[in-house]
Design a protein around this ligand. Structure first.
Ligand code: HSE
Length: 295
């Protein structure tokens, strides 16, 4: 039996739509062994598909097929800490669990690049799957078949504070809200900021992050679908966050905060309550530099 630990991920990081993502120290666990039937259970209350539509199972089956093997069945036990449909990479965690588990069961036929490619092909974009596999902050370009990527480990004095609403926003719906075309000046707006984000994060020029997370490709459209998000952004900046952005496709709002801003989380919880914003959960996280790990 294999146990895999897979980190949550936060994609886009503001302006880096479908290109930037990082891994966080918030984990799902999956135990996996080959079986002659499908036997899928969860260790918690999260409802999960327990049949052949389960994303961990389908990803594992895909990898077996690519390597010329047939996967007849699988015994899976999922521990789902990462909340679903909240912009924290829960589906990417399933894909990576399936691929890494299957690859381990077969003795490691696919290398890291091949796993990165396959995960992006399953998900359709690489910015959650690549950091879920690799850890750190990942810059990725995906042409539909192949991902060119760079992983950088990050050692910062930053906390990533996830402010997670009690409502879901499915990625398909959040992508359907985006415009087909954007103006040239908006493309320039975003590409300059996406580049500024990585450079500023990695060199410690955190005062740039507020500008760097600004975006004209997705956040303004998605925030229309996220009740109270604008107020949450304003509160986070008032409490001294360096940058605040929609995590992945939303609806989680991520605040990047200096670790010396010691009471940010408590103040955020208090402020949400004072503003009458109910049902949001505040979770203090940091960057995971390890990525998926077979235990
Ligand atoms: N880059 C993706 C998006 C991440 O924003 O739609 C969500 O999976």
């Amino acid at each position: 039996m294999i146990q895999i630990r897979i980190p949550a991920t936060s994609a886009n990081l503001g302006a880096g739509f479908d290109a930037l993502g990082l891994a966080l120290n918030y984990y799902n666990y999956v135990t996996m062994e080959e079986s002659d039937r499908i036997d899928i259970t969860s260790n918690d209350d999260q409802p999960i598909p327990t049949d052949e539509s389960n994303l961990i199972y389908t990803s594992a089956k895909d990898l077996f097929a690519v390597c010329g093997h047939e996967l007849k069945g699988l015994k899976l036990v999922q521990t789902n800490n990462i909340p679903m449909a909240r912009g924290l990479g829960s589906s990417s965690a399933c894909i990576i669990a399936g691929l890494v588990g299957a690859n381990t069961m077969l003795g490691g036929p696919l290398n890291l690049d091949e796993l990165v490619n396959m995960a992006a092909q399953i998900e359709g974009h690489p910015d959650n799957t690549a950091p879920a596999l690799l850890g750190g902050i990942v810059t990725a370009v995906f042409d539909g078949n192949k991902v060119e990527w760079v992983k950088q480990e990050v050692f910062t004095r930053l906390k990533f504070v996830a402010i997670i609403p009690n409502y879901e926003l499915k990625t398909e719906k959040a992508r359907a809200a985006l415009p087909e075309k954007i103006a040239h000046k908006d493309a320039v707006f975003n590409l300059s900021r996406a580049a500024l984000f990585s450079a500023s994060l990695l060199t410690g020029k955190y005062e740039n992050l507020r500008t760097a997370v600004d975006d004209r490709l997705h956040q303004p459209y998605r925030m229309e679908l996220m009740p109270h998000a604008k107020e949450v952004f304003d509160i986070a900046y008032t409490l001294g966050a360096y940058g605040v952005y929609v995590s992945g496709a939303g609806p989680t709002v991520m605040a990047i905060v200096d670790e010396e801003n010691r009471f940010f989380t408590g103040k955020m919880e208090f402020s949400l309550e004072a503003a009458g914003i109910q049902g949001w959960r505040v979770q203090e996280l940091s960057i995971d530099n390890i990525g998926a790990k077979v235990e």
